[in-house]
Design a protein around this ligand. Sequence first.
Ligand code: PLP
Length: 356
Amino acid sequence: MSKYWSALVSELKPYVPGEQPKMANLVKLNTNENPFGPSPKVIAAIKSELNDGLRLYPDPEGQALKEAIADYHVDFGIAPSQVFVGNGSDEVLAHVFQGLLKHDKPILFPDITYSFYPVYCGLYQIESCVMPLNDRFEIDPADYRRPNGGIIFPNPNAPTGRYLGLGHVEDILQANPDSVVVVDEAYVDFGGETAIRLVNQYPNLLVCQTLSKARSLAGLRVGFAVGNEELIEALSRVKDSFNSYPLDRLALAGAVAAFEDKQWFEDSVNGVIREREKLTAELEKRGFEVLPSKANFVFARHPEHAGEDVAALLREQGIIVRHFNKPRISDFLRITVGTADQNKALIKGLGKLSEV
Ligand SMILES: *Cc1c(COP(=O)(O)O)cnc(C)c1O
């Protein structure tokens, strides 16, 4: 607290990102980064931008990237004017909250979900109403039939990893023609089906995605949204009232190349899915309950050990996973799917549980 702070700043409860420790040799399974790394074509494209051109501002609209994203979704008839790009999907989401979810009525999101949503509500002074997941940790579309100022949920959900079928997403869209329904698809490429295919059917649908997870570019900070042109225009108006150049020249070049290298993307995603299934089987063998995941992480609990204790035991061995000290999920750990070697180290580390 300081006398120099605004009243709003004093009230904020900021998001706490998963830690990025400086220690070497850690098995880092706490922030859902992709262990397989970006395409070499992305690296080459970024290097080719390292020249005197950096003295010039980048394209404020990121038009080349919007075109690459529209081309990638050509089967769904997406035009570049239906795409918004931003500095990570967290920034895109921030603009969504401010530009599309701030109305008189409270917005709806699940009780167990991406913990940045309540933070944006605090920043932009948006009322919210949380809808508890059912006891299988699933979203029940019937909960989203009450009056609201907008709806947002991740699909697959985070940190549960559970995926809601597109038929159920449509139930929510149809029940809410007067609100924007935002589907945050940070993890959709690991086995879900994207709602981008529904964008031209539902003018109230906005789909957000990121290059941080499946495309292994968390360090580049690129996210995007796809929706009806009116929704995209709202985001552009917010962006141009905040920062006209959210994506720098390197990020734009790298992101375009990431969409062009489909082979690398598919191999990487398939590698994560393969490792996820192996890891799930190994955890179940050791008595863990693992929620069915379509993400690059699993959400698991052991019936005999508190989540906090398991996380501490792993940490002693240089293995970092994410634990949320929150109601309903304090016994769970969110474990990012790593390489085969990282997952083996994790399983070996858990062997120590039988000694406690
Ligand atoms: C990782 C994540 C994001 C943010 O992605 P960035 O593009 O890295 O900002 C958004 N939503 C969910 C649910 C995420 O897990």
